[in-house]
Design a protein around this ligand. Structure first.
Ligand code: NI
Length: 172
């Protein structure tokens, strides 16, 4: 397993639509292992493959608390089914939008159909943080960032700040 560099906004790669995985094989499991290690190292609770530059429909997550056993979850080709009409608001952040957090409203519950680490089809009932997190990661597969759910003014302010920081980092 190895830690891969995480791409940050406004890198245009984050705007790609990721492609479906054809086979869940050892090569894909190696990618998922790397993604998990990268996410734990960051640290974060969710990561989509495009965030390490791989445009495939793969997500890893772990919502276990600090004092709990790790509980990694792997989602290949996930699809959201039956999003609820009632909404939840969570303060979200993203490893590709460092050091910025803001409230986003999303359906409070949904079901997710996906292939697991072994390629078996699964359906998961998600609510609360799990529902929000999976929807945030699903957005990445469509090239959407959580800041796209905010006002244009806020989004532009965040992107401008990130661009400036990247210029400074490149110059130093
Ligand atoms: Ni994210």
């Amino acid at each position: 397993m190895s830690i891969r560099p995480i791409i940050t906004a406004p890198d245009p790669r984050l705007r790609q639509v990721s492609k479906p995985v054809e086979t869940v094989d050892d090569e894909l499991r190696a990618l998922m292992d790397d993604m998990l290690e990268t996410m734990y190292d960051a640290p974060g609770i969710g990561l989509a493959a495009i965030q390490v530059g791989v445009p495939l429909r793969v997500i890893v997550m772990d919502l276990a608390g600090k004092d709990e056993e790790p509980a990694p979850q792997f989602f290949v080709n996930p699809e959201i089914l039956d999003p609820s009409e009632d909404m939840n608001v969570y303060e979200e952040g993203c490893l590709s939008v460092p050091e910025y957090f803001d409230e986003v409203e999303r359906p409070a519950r949904c079901r997710v159909k996906y292939l697991d680490y072994d390629g078996a089809e699964q359906i998961l009932e998600a609510d609360d943080l799990l529902a929000t997190c999976i929807q945030h990661e699903m957005d990445h597969l469509e090239g959407v960032l959580f800041i796209d759910h905010l006002s244009r003014l806020k989004r532009e302010r965040v992107l401008k700040k990130l661009k400036k920081e990247q210029r400074l980092a490149a110059a130093s």
